[in-house]
Structures are given as structure tokens and as C-alpha cells.
Design a binder for this molecule. Sequence first.
Ligand code: ADP
Length: 162
Amino acid sequence: MKTAIYPGSFDPVTNGHLDVIKRAGSLFDHLIVGIAYNSNKQTLFSIEERLNLLKETLKDVPHVEVIYFSTLLVDFVRERKACAIIRGLRAMSDYDYECAMYQVNIEMCPEVETVFLLASSEYSFLSSTIVKEFARHGKSLDKYIPKQVRRALLNKFQNVKQ
Ligand code: ADP
């Protein structure tokens, strides 16, 4: 059974993430969406909120499990016996960081390959940061976020409209 791990902050999950999850899910027997918990990193949504949003959004997607981890990614990958790490690539701006992460991960864990999926064109500009920035200013990018995330943003920023 081939397991892959898709790690990220998912603060919050967007349709761009969901697109990667569905595409990666079709390549592996089991996909773990790993929410990185880093107490030094400021997030809008707590780890529990991010976990619940992902679980609700993915409840009908088969072979996908959502868990959070607070260890190094390579340790999490080994612990879960995964054979691959999934990352999404939007633009060249993602490339430098992803390239550096790839190099350190393959050095520490040569048996685990990183698989990069190019963002679908309709989501190639989309990031959690943009979603939060719009919501903070009273606008919700409804076409680009699951309805559970829209609701959660409404709770955080009372005046969010489309
Ligand atoms: P991180 O803090 O690890 O970058 P993110 O939640 O921002 O966490 O992203 C997780 C992964 O999903 C990264 O590989 C990122 O490039 C990818 N990703 C984010 N948004 C999109 C999108 N719109 N389309 C494709 N991949 C994306």
C-alpha cells in the first residue's frame, strides 16, 4: 500500500489545496494531509480549527486522512511509513523554497521522494494569505474556498461579504 503525505499550514484550506489533494489522492492508495503545527508561527486559525475545517471539507473524499504533526516533516513521514511527500507549485515564487525543502528532505530521508503537482490554472494565483487578506477587508473569495471556510471566516471577521 503506497501512502503519501501532503504537508502544509492550511490556514485555511482553499480550493487550490483541495485540487492538489484530489489529484494526489488518485495517484496513491492512501493520502495523509498533514497539518504542520508550529507554535512559533502565527496563524489565523488554531490547529484544531484547521483540522476540523479540513476534515469537514474532505469527509466524502475516500482514502484521505487528516492529521497534524509537530515534528520534523521527515520524522512524520517515516513514522507514517509514507513513500512520498506531495507539494503544490504555483509560480516561480514557490520554486526556491520548494527546491531548498526538497534538497534537505531527500538528504535526510533518501527513500522518500517529493512529488510536485503544478497548480491548476484557475488556482495558480490562489493562496491562504490572499483569502485571509480579502476576508480581513470584508470580502470573501467564495469561488475559491469551501463553504465551511467561508463560514469560519465570517465568524472571525464579522463583516465578510462576497
Ligand atoms: P506551507 O506553509 O507549507 O507553504 P500552505 O498551506 O501555504 O503551507 O501550502 C501547502 C502546499 O500547498 C504548498 O506546497 C503550496 O505550494 C501548495 N499550495 C498552496 N496553494 C495552492 C494552490 N492554489 N494550488 C496548488 N498548490 C497550492
